[in-house]
Structures are given as C-alpha cells and as structure tokens.
Design a protein around this ligand. Structure first.
Ligand SMILES: Cc1cc2nc3c(=O)[nH]c(=O)nc-3n(C[C@H](O)[C@H](O)[C@H](O)COP(=O)(O)OP(=O)(O)OC[C@H]3O[C@@H](n4cnc5c(N)ncnc54)[C@H](O)[C@@H]3O)c2cc1C
Length: 375
C-alpha cells in the first residue's frame, strides 16, 4: 500500500511521531513485534525529571511538562504525571558537584534543593546512615504513567487514521521514483518519507536505506522490582533516589520498590536480557546504600538505552538519503521528552522547522539535526 509517511518502530518514538503527524498526513507504522512497546519503551523507570542529561534534553523535558500536566481531553483516564521528587545523594567530597549542578539548573529555571544527610533521609527514609553527606533534590519531578502515555498516543493516532501494522519487520528499503519501498512479511509499503524510529536498530535501518549510520550505541540497563516489607508504611512521598556515582537507584512502586544498577553497558541491538551478575550487583548496591532488603527480586529485566555520541536525541532528515527522517538516540529520556519530540517531528516534516514554542526553550532544528557537529 502507498501512504504519505512510513514509521519504522512502534516504541514511544514512533507512536508519538504518529500521534503528532496524524492531523496532517496519512501515516502507517510498521512494527516487527506482535505488539507496540515491546522493547525499550516497555522497560523504563517511568520517571519525569528536568535536571537530567544534556542542555537540550533538559529543554525538551521542560517543553514536555505542559503536555503531561494538561494532556488533550480524552487522552488518558488517569493523570499522566504524579509528583515524586527526585534525589541524587553524594558522598563527602562530592558536594561541589551538587552545587555546580544546582547552579546549572537555576540558570535555566529548574528548581532544585540542596539538602544535608538528615534532609536526604527525610526525602528517602531508607537511606543508610553515614554514607552520604548531601543530596540535590528536584521537587518538580514525577512518575509518568507510561502505559497510559503509549496507549493515549496510539488511540489518538488511530482515531486520526494512523494504521499500525505489527509482525511487520522491515527487511528491505529501496528508493524508487521518489518513494521509499519497504518490504515486510505483512506486505510491501511505499511512501515518500520514512521515519527511522527503530530504537536500538535505527542504524541498521539506515544501512538498509543506504544512509550513513549515526554510530548509535545501545547501552544495557538492568532493573528489578522487589517487595516492600509489610511495615513499610506510606511510601507515596518518598523520592526517586540514586547516587551521584550512578551505581544504584530506587523508587517506590505500588506496594513494592523498583530499583536499578544504573548500568550503561554497551550491547548489541537485541531483545535484552538481564545478566545474573548485574542483578546480583544491583541487589548488593541497593542493600549497601539503604536499609532495604531486596532478597530475591519479584522480577528483573534489562532494556537498551541507545545513544548517539553527544547523548542528545536526533530528529531530522538524513543529508545522504532523500526522504529518510531520523528519530533516534532517545537514550534514557524517550518517555519524558516524548511530547516535545513529537511536536518537533511534526514541525520538521510539515514546514522544515520545529514549532516556535520549542524555540522558546532553546530547541531548534539545528540542535536536533543528524548533521550537527559531532555526529
Ligand atoms: C531500565 C530503563 C529505564 C529507563 N527509564 C526511563 C525514564 O525513567 N524516563 C524516560 O523518559 N526514559 C527512560 N528510559 C528510556 C526510554 O525507555 C527510551 O528512551 C525509549 O523507550 C526509546 O524508545 P524508542 O521508541 O526509541 O525505542 P524502542 O521502544 O526500542 O522502539 C523501537 C521499535 O522499533 C522496532 N523495530 C526495530 N527494527 C525494526 C524493523 N526492522 N522493522 C520494524 N520494526 C522494527 C522494535 O521492535 C521496537 O519496537 C529507560 C530505559 C530503560 C531500559
């Protein structure tokens, strides 16, 4: 079949792009797996924070907050964003890093609070005594309802005519007579524009199209859920907490805790699986840093966070393959930046520029471009 835009990949990047493109374009999403969100987008920690990542990532997060707080009518039955402070704790000698981070945040209007050890424990009561001397909290952070977000984008996209084709791995891409032709076992599809939203496989899609890969590196991150002791009490106000060295983080999650090793191990594009040693290390690190006893996790998993060399997401047409649009390198922020990235994609495809509201945050076509310096 022929359409205006083919999107390869039904993770958060692909479905968000479809949602924001749908009002003006005919869109088909091609997804290899039987359901959307099977890979990285189904494996996140669902955190929203502004004080995280590169300056452009922070700008994208700030530009996304309004959508999460006030989604369009009918988008979701529950709030998309539930307040939960984030907290980074530091050992003696690392306080200057927290101060520098606070100054950088203040310069772009992100509110953070420096706390001492007692203040950190008020935000996260299980913190082990005597290990961490200070913390930097972001009171405006929160938990995203990732399922509601993904389903909301998909529902809205479908209502506007987008077709999602699952079990449709793109195995060949060829440009003929101004159209991309994508071959899948669900049939052949053609469109003048292809959006490469294939997550860890985005470089592989570029190779299929004959374009230069961006040097994307999928990095494995290990996560687990463990039971909360019966006497834990109300954890709803506890902060999402991790250490400045990025060796662990923990957050309360529906009567349990979610934790991670905060690892970033270079990997291959694949259905990622947690390494037993990484799970054991996550348990050890969390137990050393807190008075929580993880024991045997209820479940553990791993996901691939894919980064381009400068760590900032990419959205824009490839310079070396007409009609091929990159939407890749979402790293650890694909959820929390999704509305801004969706707006950016829609603007870049419709008029060749990001919408003015993103400029106000410092996000421009150049800052997201696959041709920016360093890529
Ligand atoms: C442990 C962990 C914690 C995280 N925590 C957070 C967080 O707190 N907040 C946050 O914002 N982000 C977080 N992230 C990051 C976030 O999950 C990612 O940035 C995001 O999911 C990336 O989405 P994506 O659509 O690019 O990739 P994916 O979700 O992987 O989607 C890519 C899709 O492309 C499909 N595909 C690939 N090749 C083909 C092909 N040839 N044909 C058809 N389809 C194809 C795949 O099957 C896949 O469904 C976390 C990630 C992990 C692993």
């Amino acid at each position: 079949m022929t359409t205006d835009i083919l999107i390869i990949g039904a993770g958060i990047a692909g479905v968000t792009a479809a949602y924001f493109l749908a009002p003006k374009h005919r869109v088909v999403i091609l997804e290899r797996e039987p359901q959307p969100g099977y890979h990285t987008s189904g494996r996140s920690a669902a955190q929203f924070a502004e004080a995280f990542g590169s300056p452009i990532v922070r700008a994208l997060a700030r530009a996304s907050r309004g959508f999460f707080e006030r989604p369009p009518p009918g988008f979701a039955d529950h709030p998309l964003l539930t307040p939960r402070a984030s907290l980074v704790v530091a050992r003696a000698g690392q306080e200057a890093e927290l101060v520098a981070e606070q100054v950088a945040c203040a310069a772009i209007g992100i509110v953070t609070d420096l706390v001492d050890e007692a203040g950190a424990r008020r935000l996260f009561p299980p913190l082990a005594r005597g290990l961490y001397s200070a913390g930097l909290s972001e009171p405006g952070a929160g938990d995203l309802d990732v399922d509601a977000l993904l389903q909301g984008y998909l529902r809205g996209a479908r209502a506007a005519g987008v077709r999602l084709v699952t079990d449709a791995e793109v195995t060949a891409l060829e440009r003929r007579a101004g159209q991309w032709h994508a071959r899948t076992r669900a049939g052949d599809f053609a469109a003048p524009i292809v959006i490469d939203a294939a997550g860890a496989w985005a470089d592989a899609i570029a190779r299929l199209a004959g374009a230069r890969p961006l040097g994307l590196v999928p990095k494995r991150r290990t996560a687990l859920v463990f039971a909360a002791p019966a006497d834990t009490g109300d954890t709803s106000a506890w902060a999402h907490t991790g250490d400045a060295d990025e060796t662990w983080y923990v957050k309360p999650q529906r009567g349990a805790f979610m934790g991670s090793l905060s690892d970033a191990t270079p990997d291959e594009p694949r259905d990622a699986w947690p390494d037993d040693l990484d799970v054991a290390q996550a348990v050890a690190n969390i137990e050393a840093a807190t008075n929580l006893r993880v024991g045997r996790p209820i479940r553990s998993w791993a996901g691939l966070r894919s980064f381009v060399p400068d760590g900032t997401p990419v959205a824009g047409f490839a310079a070396d393959a007409e009609g091929l649009f990159w939407l890749a390198g979402l790293g650890g922020v694909g959820m929390l930046t999704s509305p801004a990235m969706g707006h950016a994609v829609a603007g870049l495809i419709a008029v060749g520029d990001v919408p003015a509201e993103l400029y106000a945050f410092g996000v421009t076509a150049a800052t997201l471009s696959p041709a920016r310096p360093g890529l």
